[in-house]
Design a protein around this ligand. Structure first.
Ligand SMILES: Nc1nc2c(c(=O)[nH]1)N[C@H]1C(S)=C(S)[C@@H](COP(=O)(O)O)O[C@H]1N2
Ligand SMILES: [Mo]
Length: 327
């Protein structure tokens, strides 16, 4: 029987003085980390308020400043609180109830862990998660995150460009797409013991040029700490100009393939969830508008931005596409 503690769910919505002070720190922190270097400073300023995640995480050392052109916060963007980012989640392997995921996932063991990169490449390889973190220095990337369900957050991810990993295995010229396959572990993931939720494993995919884009990262942390289970520990995909479901969590395998791969949500309902699924305020979901969004932690709604505000960086990838249509 699932028991949710009231203070874990509601505290983020109370605007007490502590939170207001913390918000001011977030803004300073965002500027600091986006322009110089991230040190988990944001995280420490938050947890000093006494609100702790259910599970503790490790501090990530030597976080680098974001690569030029990838620190893309708008003046109106304030990082969403750690509390909200870690307690309002979509992770159907654990629960379809966003506020329950953190609790249901709290004992998920994600070490040791390996990620296999294979398929159409010269040097397929299996990487240990610790090796990945040693090979490519973690960078702080503060991105907007827009779920297809019309809510959004701003998340200070820590990760490295997916391109680094792909180049390491030397893709062949016919590797047109990249497929992401996530973990199957029904002992630890209770909804994988059911057949009426989604088809497991959760799968996603990108075109090769999207996968190589400098904004596309594999994330191993947020707020300067290793990922908690609910956010996709130990490693998940982040593609900030696409709807959140493209960002597969708890990845175990990355495959370079010739044809567009099948993906979980397109298989479940191709009319509602396309392969590309770029954030687009002009194309409504069949059941709701995508013109506006609810920013978690704020009152009222915001306008949704084309490509989630990353048009300058990514619009050229879709030059031939009619942006009034869904894909
Ligand atoms: N394996 C897996 N990955 C997943 C999902 C999921 O259910 N299973 N949900 C997706 C959806 S719909 C969203 S919005 C994001 C949510 O990420 P967050 O909880 O870290 O904000 O994860 C995506 N990745
Ligand atoms: Mo989502």
């Amino acid at each position: 029987m699932l028991v949710k503690k009231a203070d874990e769910i509601k505290s983020s919505e109370i605007t007490d003085e502590n939170l207001v002070l913390n918000r001011r720190n977030f803004i300073r922190g965002a500027i600091l980390t986006a322009t110089t270097l991230g040190t988990g400073w944001l995280y420490r300023s938050l947890t000093s308020s006494g609100k702790q995640p259910l599970q503790t995480t490790q501090t990530i050392d030597n976080i680098e400043a974001p690569a030029p052109g990838t620190a893309t916060l708008l003046p109106t963007d304030t990082p969403t609180s750690f509390q909200d980012i870690t307690n309002y989640n979509n992770f159907y392997e654990f629960s379809t109830e966003k506020e329950a995921v953190a609790y249901v996932a709290k004992d998920f063991v994600s070490r040791p862990w390996t990620v296999t990169v294979e398929g159409l490449c010269r040097k397929p390889k299996t990487y240990d998660i610790d090796e990945l973190e040693r090979l490519w220095k973690p960078e702080e990337r503060i991105y907007r995150h827009r779920c297809v369900e019309a809510w959004s957050m701003v998340i200070p991810w820590v990760g490295f460009p997916l391109a680094n990993l792909l180049k390491d295995v030397e893709p062949l010229s016919n590797a047109n797409y990249v497929e992401f396959i996530t973990v199957v572990d029904p002992k630890q993931m209770r909804n994988q013991r059911r057949s009426d939720v989604l088809d497991w494993p959760y799968r996603e995919g990108l075109r090769m040029d999207e996968a190589l884009h400098p904004l596309t990262i594999l994330s191993t942390g947020l707020y300067g700490k290793t990922l908690l289970p609910q956010n996709g520990a130990p490693i998940r995909l982040v593609v900030p100009w696409k709807y959140g479901f493209k960002g597969a969590k708890s990845i175990v395998s990355i495959r370079l393939v010739e044809e567009q791969p099948r993906t979980t949500w397109s298989d479940a309902n191709s009319r509602e969830y396309g392969f590309y699924s770029n954030v687009n305020p002009n194309v409504n979901h069949p059941r709701w508008s995508q013109a506006t969004e609810r920013r978690i932690g704020e009152f009222g709604r915001r306008d949704t931005l084309m490509f989630n505000g990353y048009a300058e960086q990514v619009a050229h990838l879709y030059a031939g596409m009619d942006l009034r249509k869904s894909y």
